[in-house]
Write a protein that binds this ligand. Structure first.
Ligand code: PRX
Length: 679
């Protein structure tokens, strides 16, 4: 295995033959042009889209250096367009209305449907009209809390059509997380569903949404309308978008109804007009916001604007997956995360692609589900997360071999560094050694891939995100902020804006500047460590701030700690990540209890539940360790490095503790480690 992990893999010939970029020389030329003359490079790309009127100001204007004044980024100033129009109307006008936009594959394998571009346009127009009739105005925020159903795509595009800023909250988040996001965005419309199945489990989404609405009321914020998609209740129901077989409906849940606020989606849609003129938007008007964890504990509303995001989503989707019209593309992410925004909805639709929209999970009804979908729809471009690959590896090759997978050409990964063993398994077993692997590095903030191989030309190394995408100029900085020349390691930063970079943190530009631009003036700081090797390949080594990457999703240590502290028994808490064979990292908590409170199994259970309720299932701690005291510096700062070593049972990782206020804490904590799981 180790030989394979150290090899370099040339692009597979069958991908290279038809690729948009067939050799490294072309990639280098294109990349150089994108940096030397961004206007020429991106205005050529912009020709594939409809613009109501052209650029009136500068093509690119920005300040990346906090010392020179406020940070700002503007692309194609004054140009007027609409991203929804380019996703849908343009294709329909070009005679491609009958192309399938999505194969929808439900949680239950019997539950599936398709939707064409023209049908999707109709549904979007109808829903846009509904939002308009509810009084939503350009620039208003609309909260969306939906499972992976077509109505989610309809809702987000309807917002984009009229210039409403969608704020999608992953439907696995708790009522607390949902309400805090609604409050921060000051959204007064919420779109949700009655419920959904995740594997065999029924999730009562409306109940969670109602709790969130209630919490908002406690903060004097009123939700004007809650629109609910009937997805799992009522046997007789077949909605307007899809003809769904009767497998899914359930009588296991009741939907509470408040006639003042609640509205059924299908009732509103029944008599809504399918004609809706888009709102023509200037380049730098807002498209959507999406929350990502922040190191202070409160999530940041990452705001993306229309034109730059549009150019970047389409271009990265086209080149990173080497997408060609007619091919079937399948991204397993949830639209509640940025991957789903850019690489399920916007990127593929802008390119007129046919995609699979999958509601379920890789393990239901069994661990060959993804490969059954690949064969069913003849998927050629496939995109998933290392955590899913590692989870499936555990079941061996047999479940994979049940399906042919011969349609596959490009296999993408995203969300966390992929360990070379998982990379090799993905390449050899899933891809039959016939596919190109693209390890795409990016963030909610970057809008799209910033480091990624090009399938048709980049020789890949297992675990490396390889080279920058067009328009991206990375650098590696030392602790002192010096650029590393040639091979070396340090902070991953970017020296200039590409079109898809976020424009601000919603409602808090100072936080945007502080988080990304203050540590090293003149650079966008990604928050990840990185190594550049002797061949110029970039290898991401993981977060270097107080973020936890659990199964490819970021959480801050502070948000887990603040959930623990809310429990009446806890006086202090500190949280670190511990390596985990499937999740990448899992959550490991140290808690100090208040005087007189005993650390029992019940307390552990309660604390796990507390965090789960506060954040949602992804926030559930794996370990809670009793900590009579925490390792702190003399000035009172918690030494997480020491806690990470204790969590892993590694005395050799402790390092220098001469600044610690009370060194005896270390031995005590080695003594109170809970039994460790065998993952
Ligand atoms: O730490 C990096 C990791 O995920 C972080 C961004 O998380 P989020 O904004 O939630 O977006 C995830 C999906 C784009 C990054 O700062 N990350 C993402 N992709 C990779 C990665 N780490 C290593 N390799 C990747 N390919």
């Amino acid at each position: 295995m180790s030989d394979d992990t150290e090899k370099t893999y040339e692009p597979s010939e069958r991908v290279q033959k038809e690729a948009h970029v067939k050799d490294m020389e072309t990639y280098r030329k294109m990349h150089k042009l994108s940096l030397d003359d961004p206007e020429k490079f991106w205005s050529d790309i912009a020709k594939q889209f409809y613009f109501k009127s052209p650029v009136t100001g500068k093509f690119l204007d920005y300040n990346f250096n906090i010392k020179n004044g406020p940070i700002y980024i503007k692309w194609m100033e004054g140009a007027v367009t609409n991203i929804c129009y380019n996703c849908l109307d343009k294709h329909v006008k070009d005679g491609k209305g009958d192309v399938i936009a999505f194969y929808w594959e439900g949680n239950d394998p019997m539950d599936c449907t398709t939707i064409t571009y023209s049908r999707l346009l109709e549904e979007v127009c109808k829903f846009s009209n509904i939002l308009k009739s509810l009084g939503v105005k350009k620039g208003d925020r609309v909260a969306i809390y939906l499972p992976m159903i077509l109505e989610l795509v309809v809702a987000m595009l309807a917002c984009a059509r009229l210039g409403f800023i969608h704020s999608i909250v992953f439907a696995g988040f708790s009522a607390e997380s949902l309400s805090s996001r609604i409050l921060d965005a000051k959204a007064d419309i919420l779109i949700t569903a009655d419920g959904c199945f995740r594997g065999a489990k029924l999730v009562d989404l409306k109940k969670i949404a109602d709790e969130a609405i209630h919490k908002c009321t406690e903060h004097n914020h009123k939700i004007k309308a809650c629109i609910t998609v009937k997805h799992v209740t009522d046997k007789s129901y077949c909605d307007d978008v899809t003809e769904r077989p009767a497998k899914r409906p359930t009588n296991q849940m009741e939907v509470a109804w408040n006639p003042e606020v609640d509205k059924w989606y299908h009732e509103l849609m029944a008599d809504s007009s399918a004609e809706c003129e888009p709102e023509w938007m200037e380049s730098e008007e807002s498209l959507f916001m999406l929350y990502t964890s922040g190191s202070t504990g409160t999530p940041k509303g990452v705001l993306h604007h229309v034109t730059g995001y549009m150019l970047y989503a389409a271009t990265t989707h086209k080149y990173s997956f080497d997408y060609h019209p007619g091919e079937v593309y399948f991204c397993t992410a949830d639209i509640g995360w940025i991957t789903g925004h850019t690489y399920i909805t916007y990127g593929p639709l802008l390119n007129g692609a046919t995609s699979v929209l999958f509601e379920g999970t890789p393990l239901f009804p069994d661990c060959s589900r993804l490969w059954s979908i690949v064969d069913k729809y003849q998927v050629s471009k496939f995109y998933t997360a290392p955590t899913a690959i590692r989870a499936l590896m555990k079941y061996g090759e047999e479940p994979v071999q049940r399906f042919k997978r011969t349609s596959l050409k490009v296999l993408g990964t995203v969300g966390e560094p992929i360990n070379p063993e998982a990379w090799i398994w993905y390449h050899k077993v899933i891809g039959n050694s016939q596919c190109c692997i693209v390890d795409t590095f990016w963030q909610t903030e970057t809008g799209g891939h910033v480091l990624t191989p090009m399938p048709g030309c980049t020789p890949t190394k297992p675990g490396a995100a390889t080279f920058p995408f067009f328009g991206v100029e990375p650098a590696v900085l030392t602790d002192e902020g010096k650029e590393v020349e040639g091979p070396g390691k340090g902070y991953l930063v970017f020296k200039r804006p590409w079109p898809g970079i976020m424009r601000t943190v919603y409602g808090d530009h100072a936080r945007f500047e502080k988080t990304y631009f203050s540590k090293f003036p003149g650079y966008y700081v990604a928050g990840d460590g990185c190594t550049r090797d002797e061949d110029g390949y970039y290898w991401i080594t993981g977060r270097i701030d107080d973020m936890l990457n659990i199964s490819g999703h970021l959480l801050s240590t502070a948000e887990v700690e603040s959930a623990l502290i809310k429990h009446a028994s806890v006086s202090e808490a500190a949280v670190v990540g511990k390596p985990h064979s499937v999740k990448g990292f899992c959550i490991y908590c140290f808690v100090t209890l208040k005087e007189g409170i005993k650390f029992t199994d019940d307390v552990v259970k309660e604390l796990k539940l507390r965090v789960r309720e506060d954040i949602g299932p992804i926030g559930t701690p794996e370990y809670i360790q009793y900590a009579p005291g925490l390792p702190k510096t003399r000035s009172g700062k918690i030494m997480r490095r020491v806690l990470r070593a204790i969590a892993q049972g590694r005395r050799d990782m402790i390092g220098d503790i001469s600044t610690m206020a009370d060194e005896s804490v270390v031995e005590t904590l080695f003594g109170t480690r809970p039994p460790q799981n065998s993952d």
